[in-house]
Design a protein around this ligand. Sequence first.
Ligand SMILES: [Zn+2]
Length: 311
Amino acid sequence: MDKKKPVQLRPYHKTRYNYQKLRVCKHCHNFTILWEDSCAYCKRHALVPVMEQAEKMAKRSMQSDRLLFYIIGLSAVLVGQTFWQIVISFACMAVLLVLLLMVQRRMLHSETLHALNKLLRTHKEKIVHGLDLNQSTASAAMQEDAQLGYEIVREIASLVKNDSIRLQQIVLLQGFSLRKDMELELEPLLLDEFNPDLAAYIGEIAKLKRELINSKAISYLLTHEAEILHMKQGSQIMIDAAGAAVRKKNYIDRFPDFISRYADGLPKARFLRLYQIVRRNPGLSWNGLRDRVSAIYNEQYRSDPDFQKWD
Ligand SMILES: [Zn+2]
């Protein structure tokens, strides 16, 4: 097996909306989710964030509304026949202009979102094409620099949700030596199909970031349990996941048979956690899990002082 590479991943910036990371070329309308300086298509330094472009579009449309207002207002002033008619038209125009400016200022945000929606809708094909171009960049980077390749794929994955992107992420992650302090994720990477890299990744996550093992991850392991058990580290993966699952009573309630099957492999601290939950809930049998826990306790921990205070 290849040796895993230690990496220091650059922090991942989350945005409120996925598309906020997209930038568009002002010249050729090519889209990108990466951080390159110039447009990959026309090579010009003309990339701006889509939000910025949308705001510009909204402001431009407001400007034309104002122009229309000036034309109508000035015509009213010009048709005035007496001095007072002209003064009154002028005053009305001034008041209305202030009101218009106030309304426009309040509407800027919603108009920007409206313009953004239009921008993304009308350039759907260009966006897909731009993200394809980003993917080619990722594939090229992967050969040279797996870390950069991963960082690129991670960005693309915020907009492109499909199994091939997830697989690329998983395979790259399996090449790194993972640490607790890394920003790791699990649920967005889950596939439908069995994949040994994903199963191994779940096993690592179960040790490094227990809190990421949720019911979806457990369901994945259970759906593919037979295949996972054929893997060299398969039963250890299942044991580590069971150890992560016992942190919540909810998972014990939902998956008692799974916990029961792997309970005797749990390290002491994880078994103690399970034992405590079982003791706290005397009315629940969890389809035989209670008996299984008692049996393991009797075999291995009866005289263990850490268990005594729970007896
Ligand atoms: Zn361009």
